[in-house]
Write a protein that binds this ligand. Sequence first.
Ligand SMILES: [Zn+2]
Length: 369
Amino acid sequence: MAQESGMVACLRRLVELESPSHNKAALDTLGRHLAGEFGKIGGRTRFHPQQHAGDHLQVDFPGSGKPILILGHMDTVWDLGTLASMPFRVAKGRAYGPGSFDMKAGIVQAIYAIRALEEFGGRLPRGITVLLVSDEEIGSHSSRPITEALAKKSAAVLVIEPSQGPKGALKTSRKGVGAYHVKVEGREAHSGLDSDQGASAILELARQLLVIEKFSDRERGVTVNPGVVRGGRRTNVVAGEATAEVDARVSKAKDIPYLDRKFRFLKPFDKRCRVEITGGIGRPPMERTKEVVALYTLARRLAHELGWELEEASVGGGSDGNFTAALGIPTLDGLGAVGEGAHARHESVVIAEMPRRAALLARLIETIP
Ligand SMILES: [Zn+2]
């Protein structure tokens, strides 16, 4: 119980330091606070300075052998000021607040796991590196090279993203994620006087979207979703331009070029229009490789020893674990908090699960070969 209240207090502080992906100043404030927290338990902290993104925080705990990389992110999808309508609060065994579940409680659990290893063993069983990036929710563009470089030096990567579902399943496969930008250029004209002179970019885009819709192949694990469309400027003008942003996901790495070809080969129905495709799958899928299965099997055994049955799940969302798994580094994801409502206003974590998830993380650090 004492440990739970300490963890909740630590979580409260992190949640109350709001950290939207696009606010460098706010992210850097949280980063400094976290550097202090990890410093208190003996971590050597250093920042990877960024001009626009928040500085990424790396913490090294020296020890023998190849280190374990604990991977997480500081940024949230919530704007500054969200706390006013969605304050940190505890009710019925849950802690609520922006970023609580995704993934500040995971960071708290990592701090407590490392602390426990130090307290019980007198010193750490091996080296540990913690990387907390500032741009995961917006594609990890500035942090990806750092994540990949540290992963290559590590024995395994433990991702402290939220677990899946009420039982807190680990994530052993994740889809690859990206977005295609479809831009159609047509020809503007007065809709009444000389509409036959015009070529509507909006109508052309609508026809393209019906083709794109068919790229989805659920059995294959490929999905596309035109989430945003824009176009035209006035009702009495034949639209000269229209664009769509299409979310795209794949389960298998080999489907990345397959889907890409389909997008690149889109041809205009109306020859007077031009269709331009940019973007693509930026985050490769995390496939359920034998390395992933071996780590999961170990985690399952350790959880069993701690008194619960750990499950696994396959999810559509990507994380930075996708990068490290694609490099062939054994990666296990979903080791963070148990809760619900990531990116939603009821975002919350189950407090009683926090100590035992921290214990599982500690046991994994000790046991991974
Ligand atoms: Zn996350």
